[in-house]
Design a protein around this ligand. Structure first.
Ligand code: ZN
Length: 674
C-alpha cells in the first residue's frame, strides 16, 4: 500500500517533468536535459505505469503518438494530417531487430521481407501537400495528428521544389513526408554567427532546425541553412499504384523531391543489420545528426497486411546506434574570458572516448549550471557528446567521496587580468569588470577583424595575441596606427605578410557605419540591429547624439537594446575610441540611396498572391527602401495587405481582421510619394 502511494507520487512527478521538458524541447526548442536523460524519465514512467496500471491517465505522455503533447504554438494555424504521422518503434540491439521481424512473421508466416534502409535524421518531421504538382501547404508533425502550418517558412528551403516535374506532377493531390534538418557544418557556422552577434547559440542542429522552421518571420528562416529530405508517401489522389517503397523513392527523385543519399535496398534482415553496422561506423562522417537507421518493409502489400498499432507501424523500426555517453573524472574546472568579459566555466576531464572521438574538455555553461549539477573537481561524471556539439556533463555519478570535495565557487577575480568578477542583475553569466582586460581585448579584436564584421584578412589569433601582449594595441583605433615595420617585428610574420596585413587593416576603413557598429561589440547589437541603427541615423554623429527614447522608437529595436546602446555611447572611453577611429579616416556613415523619403517608416506589410507587374522581391525591396517592413503573416499589427492574383489564406485573415487591402494599383499610389 505504502509502495503504491510512493509510486503514484512518482508517476505524477514524472508526468510533470516530462511535460515540462517536452515543452522546452518542442515549443521553445531549448531543452535543458539531454535526449538520453529524457529517455530515462520516459522509460521510468513507462515502467511504473506497467507495474501500476491503475495510474495510467488518458493524456499520459506515454500514450501519445509522438511522445509529445499537442504543441501548436500561437501564431501558426493548425493543420490536420491526412493520416496520423506515427512515430517508429525502437530497437537497441540486434536481438530487438530480430524480434521485430519475428513479430511480422507471426502475421505473415513464411514470407521473406526486403528492407529499405536509411539513417534516421535528427530533424523536424513535416508533411507537404502538392496540388497538381504545385507546393501549396506544409505543416510540422506536431503531435502526429495536428501540426502547424509553416508553409511560408518551408518555401525558403532551397532544395524543396515548389513545382514537381516527372511522374508525381500529375496527381490532383499528393502528400509527402520527410524531415527538415540542418547539416552539422551549416549548424556550426550558424552558431558562430549567432555568438558573434551576441545572441545565444542553439544546443544542437535539431533545435536550430526546429527554431528556424518555427520562426514567425520567414525572412529569418530564409537566412537559416535548412535542408529537407523526403522518405514517405502520404495520401495521393487519385490513389497511387506503386508496388514497393523503393519505386516511390525513385519517383521522388525523378520528380525533384530530395531523397537521402544513404538510402539502400537490403535483400534481407542480415543485410539490413550489416547496413546499420556500416552507418554506425560512418556516423560522424555522414554530415548530419543521426542516432540510428530506419528499416522499412519494401513491399507495400505486405505493409498493408501488417498495418499499424495505435502507436507505430508494424512494418518499420528505428534501429538505434550505441549511446554517445561515457563516464569520466573531472580534473579541473577552468574559466575562459570572452569578448564581453563573460567568464565561462569548462571542465578538463580524464580523456575518454565517445563515439570515436577523444574528449578531454566539456562545457559547463555557467555558474548556475555548475550549481544545478553540483559538479566538483575530482567528481565522476556522465558526459554526453551528441554529434559534433561540444560535449557536456549530464550529471554527477553518485559517490561517497563527492561530499568531501569542495563545492565549486566562481572565482572573485578574472583569471587573466585579476579584475573584479561580478554578476549583472538578472543574468546568469559572470563577467570581468576590467574594461582593459587583455583577454577581452583579444576577443574583441578578433571579432572586429572577422569576415562578417570589418573583414580584416590575416588578423588571426596569433597576430592579435602578440599585439595585445606586447602592448602594441590597446583599442580598435590603435590598429590603424600600426606600420609595416612594427607588424614585421611580430613572430612568424614575414615582411610580405606584414604588408598584406597592413593593407587589409587600412582597407577596412571603408566598410561603413553598419559594420562598424557591429564591430564595436556593443552588447545585443548584432548584425541586424547594427544595420537598423545605421539605416535610421545614417551617420555616427547622429547616433551618438540620440537619446535612449529616440533609439527605442526605431521599429525592430527593443528597450533593452536601446538602453545598452545609449549607455555605450554615453561612456567617455567609447566616445574617445570613436573619435580616434574617425581621426584615422574610418568611415562613419552609411551609403543610402539619396533623396529617398522614408514614407513607409513604421508600417508593416504582408504580401500575398502574384502582382501583375511587380515581382514579390521588387515589392519587398521597395517597401524596405521606403522604411517599411514586410512580414509573413497577418496580425492585428499589420498595416496593409497587398493582394495579387491567387491570394492565399492571408487575404482571408486580412478581411477577418479588417486590415486595409491594396491591389497593385493602390499599392503603387501609396508608394508614389517616396
Ligand atoms: Zn579580465
Amino acid at each position: 500500500m505504502k509502495d503504491s502511494k510512493k509510486a503514484k507520487a512518482r508517476v505524477e512527478e514524472l508526468r510533470q517533468l516530462i511535460r515540462h521538458h517536452i515543452y522546452l524541447y518542442y515549443v521553445l526548442a531549448r531543452p535543458e536535459i539531454s535526449d538520453a536523460e529524457y529517455d530515462r524519465l520516459f522509460n521510468e514512467l513507462k515502467l511504473l505505469e506497467k507495474q501500476h496500471p491503475q495510474y495510467i491517465v488518458p493524456d499520459s505522455a506515454t500514450l501519445l503518438v509522438s511522445g509529445g503533447v499537442a504543441v501548436v504554438a500561437e501564431g501558426f494555424a493548425p493543420v490536420e494530417h491526412s493520416s496520423p504521422m506515427l512515430s517508429l518503434d525502437n530497437a537497441a540491439t540486434e536481438e530487438d531487430v530480430r524480434e521485430f521481424e519475428a513479430r511480422m512473421h507471426r502475421i505473415l508466416p513464411g514470407t521473406t521481407f526486403d528492407y529499405v534502409c536509411e539513417p534516421k535524421i535528427d530533424g523536424l518531421g513535416v508533411a507537404l501537400v502538392y496540388e497538381k504538382g504545385k507546393f501549396v501547404r506544409g505543416a510540422t508533425r506536431g503531435d502526429g495528428r495536428v501540426g502547424e502550418d509553416v508553409t511560408h517558412n518551408l518555401r525558403t528551403i532551397r532544395n524543396l521544389p515548389s513545382v514537381l516535374r516527372g511522374p508525381l506532377a500529375q496527381y490532383e493531390l499528393l502528400e509527402v513526408r520527410g524531415e527538415v534538418f540542418m547539416w552539422k557544418a551549416a549548424f556550426q557556422k550558424l552558431n558562430r554567427y549567432l555568438e558573434e552577434a551576441g545572441e545565444s547559440p542553439f544546443a544542437n542542429p535539431r533545435n536550430a532546425a526546429a527554431g528556424s522552421l518555427r520562426q514567425k518571420d520567414s525572412g529569418i528562416t530564409a537566412k537559416r541553412p535548412l535542408d529537407i529530405t523526403l522518405y514517405q508517401l502520404g495520401t495521393a489522389t487519385p490513389p497511387a499504384s506503386f508496388a514497393t517503397h523503393w519505386e516511390i523513392l525513385e519517383a521522388f527523385r525523378e520528380s525533384g523531391l530530395p531523397v537521402s543519399r544513404e538510402v539502400r535496398l537490403c535483400g534481407d534482415l542480415d543485410a539490413a543489420i550489416a547496413y546499420h553496422r556500416e552507418m554506425e561506423a560512418r556516423r560522424n562522417e555522414i554530415g548530419y545528426e543521426t542516432d540510428g537507421v530506419v528499416l522499412k518493409v519494401n513491399n507495400l502489400d505486405q505493409r498493408m497486411t501488417l498495418s499499424s498499432t495505435t502507436h507505430h507501424p508494424r512494418w518499420a523500426i528505428a534501429f538505434k546506434f550505441k549511446s554517445q555517453e561515457a563516464q569520466t573524472r573531472v580534473r579541473r574546472i577552468l574559466i575562459n574570458v570572452g569578448r564581453t568579459g563573460a567568464l565561462t566555466p569548462s571542465a578538463e576531464v580524464d580523456p575518454v572516448e565517445i563515439a570515436g572521438a577523444t574528449i578531454s574538455r566539456t562545457t559547463l555553461h555557467n555558474a548556475d549550471e555548475i550549481a544545478r549539477l553540483d559538479v566538483r573537481e575530482g567528481d565522476l561524471v556522465l558526459i554526453e557528446r551528441a554529434g559534433d556539439v561540444i560535449p557536456h556533463v549530464v550529471h554527477v555519478v553518485p559517490e561517497t567521496d563527492h561530499k568531501s570535495r569542495p563545492r565549486f565557487r566562481m572565482p572573485p577575480r578574472c583569471p587573466v587580468c585579476r579584475g573584479h568578477a561580478y554578476r549583472p542583475e538578472g543574468e546568469v553569466v559572470w563577467r570581468c569588470s576590467n574594461a582593459a582586460c587583455p583577454a577581452q581585448l583579444k576577443e574583441r579584436l578578433l571579432h572586429y577583424g572577422s569576415r562578417r564584421v570589418m573583414d580584416i584578412e590575416h588578423l588571426g589569433e596569433a597576430v592579435v595575441y602578440q599585439l595585445v601582449d606586447r602592448d602594441m594595441v590597446k583599442d580598435f583605433a590603435d590598429l590603424y596606427h600600426l606600420e609595416v615595420e612594427s607588424l614585421a617585428s611580430l613572430e612568424r610574420l614575414a615582411k610580405k605578410s606584414a604588408t598584406n596585413l597592413y593593407e587589409a587593416i587600412q582597407g577596412s576603413k571603408r566598410r561603413g557605419l553598419s559594420r562598424l557598429l557591429f564591430a564595436l561589440g556593443i552588447r545585443y547589437v548584432g548584425e541586424n540591429v547594427a544595420s537598423l541603427l545605421a539605416q535610421h541615423y545614417g551617420s555616427m554623429d547622429k547616433l551618438v547624439g540620440a537619446t535612449e527614447e529616440d533609439i527605442a522608437g526605431i521599429y525592430g529595436i527593443g528597450p533593452r537594446i536601446a538602453a545598452t546602446a545609449a549607455e555605450f555611447f554615453a561612456q567617455k572611453e567609447n566616445q574617445r575610441v570613436i573619435e580616434r577611429l574617425q581621426a584615422v579616416g574610418v568611415r562613419m556613415t552609411e551609403v543610402t540611396a539619396p533623396g529617398v523619403k522614408k514614407i513607409l517608416a513604421g508600417k508593416t506589410f504582408v504580401l500575398t498572391g502574384a502582382l501583375p507587374a511587380m515581382s514579390r522581391d521588387e515589392a519587398k525591396a521597395t517597401i524596405t527602401r521606403l522604411g517599411g517592413r514586410v512580414t509573413s503573416s497577418v496580425s492585428k499589427k499589420t498595416n496593409y495587405v497587398v493582394v495579387g492574383t491567387d491570394p492565399g489564406s492571408k487575404y482571408d485573415d486580412a478581411r477577418r481582421l479588417g486590415i486595409p487591402i491594396l491591389d497593385e494599383a493602390a499599392f503603387k499610389k501609396l508608394i508614389a510619394g517616396g
